[in-house]
Design a protein around this ligand. Structure first.
Ligand SMILES: Cc1cc2nc3c(=O)[nH]c(=O)nc-3n(C[C@H](O)[C@H](O)[C@H](O)COP(=O)(O)OP(=O)(O)OC[C@H]3O[C@@H](n4cnc5c(N)ncnc54)[C@H](O)[C@@H]3O)c2cc1C
Length: 487
């Protein structure tokens, strides 16, 4: 179920005086003209936006319109000092606080009632080291910005599939994308981080410094503090990759899924694919009444290997196939679904993993999807595996051995459509969840919350180790707007 988080606080809005707020605001980086080189240039500082301020309505919104919450304030931090000041203010006033990077949290974790949203969108600097092949990325940067900077040097790290997802939220709970079959999850490629912890310290975390914190960050989400800086390993990628989608009439869906079951595991690791059953958008933005079944793909290998990589797929029902795939810059491919998954929809996700796919599962999953309440709702089935399944460093992120991922994104436009869509999602999911191999969830991809769900996601022993790290760095659970590890 969608459980509303109880981010309760003993403080009420009225118990924080205007003087308290004014003193806090005075600690934040000012917007002013600094005299020095570049005289006369006004430097943007932090912004404190309180309930009632002109920009409040816009500033409190997150990607998923289903989550309408009313924070006391939104702080747009301009640097680590602002992050420290905000964390201290929240702790001293017993206010729930949540960092916000891209605002893409599906259960709406980057917004909070009667607390503080610590918005990092002014902290988006990125530095690439093309020799060491690393990137230093501030805690508010978006994936598309990281791709842009690194692709200028023919490099990339593993991100997600949408360019305006936040680097921070995606990384801290795993992070998969088109390159993950080659290079593992985003967390597998995290080298170090700087974190503001609940007591207001700025700590380095790496294998050598605060290694317990570094371990926790690689899968433990936003539980241990606010990450102000990430350092990632980069790889040579593209800049051109072959990507897009190949579609067939929806009547071919079951045949395509059965074909994929055989072919998916034989794909080279440079190729990543997902089947999508969906209604695509027309040029005017309206949804087509007619659903299609598509294979979405990205091939990032040597161009001379493309024909072999796709030969079997292109032999599947060629007469009614529509190919909308081409060689294009990797950074452009990363924007292909941005508009389709734009801000402002109401969205709820369900997720499951499988060892293998029976006929019965494929038919039940697909035929069930056809009964959806909204044509915005789509289902995907992906064969992941590759480097994602191989043992890497000891990290808390649950590295499933099951290679198949089924995700249904339940989406609707108007708030009043919520109940029927969420109910449909639960009925649909109960018809297929018996086929899944484990209760283990990908915490970035579930619309649900709750301690049992989090414990099941990590497994008991990893969860208990995460609790130890939580007790060390956030014993009072100041950071609880997340897939929470209860200290
Ligand atoms: C359209 C869309 C596409 C997606 N595609 C993918 C995909 O391809 N691959 C994938 O793996 N996932 C994907 N996701 C899921 C995504 O990884 C998660 O929703 C993730 O939380 C988004 O990160 P964010 O920074 O935008 O989140 P936000 O909503 O900004 O933050 C979510 C939570 O992350 C934590 N957090 C954020 N910033 C910080 C910080 N600086 N320090 C500490 N904690 C922080 C906090 O707990 C916060 O509550 C997608 C989600 C959406 C909505």
């Amino acid at each position: 179920m969608v459980t509303e988080l109880l981010a309760t606080s003993t403080t009420t809005a009225s118990s924080i005086t205007d003087t308290d707020w004014a003193e806090f605001a005075a600690e934040l980086r000012p917007t002013k003209t600094f005299h020095g080189l570049g005289d006369g240039v006004v430097r943007e500082g932090a912004r404190l936006i309180r309930k009632g301020d002109a920009d409040y309505e816009t500033a409190r919104q997150v990607w998923n319109a289903m989550h309408q919450r009313y924070p006391l304030a939104i702080v747009e931090a301009a640097g680590a000092a602002d992050v420290v000041a905000t964390v201290n203010f929240a702790r001293e006033h017993d206010l729930p606080i949540t960092p916000r990077c891209g605002g893409h949290s599906i259960p709406g974790l980057s917004t909070v009632d009667d607390g503080i949203i610590l918005d990092l969108s002014r902290m988006r600097a990125i530095q690439i080291d093309p020799v060491r092949k690393t990137a230093r990325v501030e805690g508010g940067a978006l994936l598309g910005e990281l791709d842009h900077e690194s692709q200028a040097f023919g490099l990339a790290t593993v991100g997600g599939q949408i360019s305006n997802t936040g680097v921070a939220g995606l990384t801290l709970n795993g992070g998969w994308g088109w390159l993950a079959r080659r290079f593992g999850y985003t967390v597998d490629n995290l080298i170090s981080a700087q974190v503001v912890t609940a007591d207001g310290r700025l700590l380095n975390a790496s294998k050598d410094e605060n290694p317990d914190l570094f371990w926790g960050l690689r899968g433990g989400g936003g539980n241990f503090g606010v990450v102000t800086l990430f350092e990632f390993q980069l790889f040579e990628v593209g800049p051109l990759v072959y990507g897009g989608q190949i579609s067939w009439p929806i009547e071919k869906a079951i045949d395509l899924l059965k074909f994929y079951r055989e072919w998916g595991p034989r794909q080279v690791e440079e190729l990543t694919t997902e089947v999508i059953a969906w209604h695509t958008e027309e040029e005017d933005g309206s949804l087509s009444d007619q659903a299609v079944i598509s294979m979405s793909l990205c091939f990032s290998g040597d161009p001379k290997d493309l024909d072999d990589a796709l030969a079997e797929l292109l032999a599947f029902s060629p007469d009614d196939m529509v190919v909308e795939a081409e060689w294009l810059p990797y950074a452009v491919l990363q924007t292909q679904y941005d508009e389709f998954l734009r801000h402002g929809f109401n969205t709820y996700y369900k997720y499951g993993v499988l060892d293998d796919l029976s006929d019965e599962f494929l038919e039940t999953a697909f035929n069930g999807w056809l009964t959806k309440k909204s044509n915005h709702t789509f289902m995907t089935l992906g064969y992941w595996g590759g480097a994602m399944s191989r043992a890497g460093d000891d990290v808390p992120f649950p590295r499933n051995k099951e290679p198949w991922r089924a995700v249904t994104e339940i989406r609707w436009e108007e708030a009043h459509e919520r109940d029927e869509n969420v109910q449909w999602a639960h009925d649909y999911w109960s018809s297929i969840e018996g086929y899944f191999s484990t209760k283990n969830q990908y915490l970035n991809f579930t619309g649900d919350l709750g301690e049992d769900l989090v414990r099941d996601a990590y497994g008991r022993s990893v969860y208990e180790r995460l609790r130890e790290v939580k007790r060390t760095y956030d014993p009072q659970n100041l950071f609880r707007m997340n897939q929470n590890i209860v200290p």
